[in-house]
Design a protein around this ligand. Structure first.
Ligand SMILES: [Zn+2]
Length: 124
């Protein structure tokens, strides 16, 4: 998957989340502090090229860079972020690893930009 795939996935990700930060629920608006980023749950280098830029591997978070907002929080707290499914380790698959949203729902994200709610929490 290429950067073009990433650009195509972004609006799907934003729509899936109703333009809210997945972690805190704040409305995401371009040009408004702290901005937002479309974050790779499994970082680009480690992610399988097959699903690197799949909507399943992407979540929109407030904070434009790695220092502020929830995006910054994820990068500063990899352990907690891993428990929430926001930060994945080698061997984890974003399509089978749920992510917990700001409402506390456990979501399985798919390649089409949709999700299913899971009742089972696979938090280790
Ligand atoms: Zn946030």
């Amino acid at each position: 998957m290429s950067d073009a795939d990433f650009e195509r996935a972004k609006p799907l990700v934003m729509g899936r989340q109703d333009h809210r930060c997945l972690r805190c629920g704040v409305w995401l608006r371009a040009g408004q502090w702290p901005g937002y980023a479309v974050h790779h749950r499994m970082n680009r280098r480690r992610a399988d090229p097959e699903w690197r830029h799949s909507p399943a591997n992407l979540v929109a978070l407030c904070g434009t860079d790695n220092a502020i907002g929830c995006h910054g929080w994820v990068h500063r707290h990899p352990e907690e972020a891993n428990r929430l499914g926001l930060y994945l380790r080698a061997g984890q698959d974003p399509r089978t690893t749920p992510v917990i949203d700001w409402r506390g729902r456990s979501l399985l994200l798919d390649d089409q930009g949709d999700y299913t709610t899971t009742t089972e929490r696979t938090i280790p």
